[in-house]
Design a protein around this ligand. Sequence first.
Ligand code: CMP
Length: 140
Amino acid sequence: MATNRTFTMIKPDAVESNSTGKIIDMIIEAGFTIKAMKLTHLNQSEAETFYAVHSERPFFGELVEYMTSGPIVAAVLEKDNAVADFRKLIGATDPAEAEDGTIRKLYAESKAKNAVHGSDSDENAEIESNFHFSGREMVG
Ligand code: CMP
């Protein structure tokens, strides 16, 4: 995949609090184009696989339980410098440390329930996009 795409999920806390539309609006206002998007609900095995890199972390069980607790919105986004620019838009993992105006500062509840996911590298953006979407579900 080109370096101009990233992958995001609007997480269960943000979907539950009806923040989905406002978050998507911020993403589009920031210059990202949506290349794929769906509302879905991860099951246990999907969440464990998606977060396998964190399987040894003490918060893994809590993370899987949370990510399977309700629907999420998964999306592939395109923009120059997508991975870095999107991480800037969402802010630090812990909303208490996130800058003013970032999505997590505005909408996240806590470090665990932090409203949105953003890929941390081009390589993971491709892996994560392919986990959720087939090639024909992505535009362009
Ligand atoms: P994200 O960066 O999208 O992917 C890993 C997730 O693990 C992170 O968001 C948080 O939702 C969660 N996470 C990270 N650190 C902690 C922590 N210390 N306690 C609970 N959950 C965490």
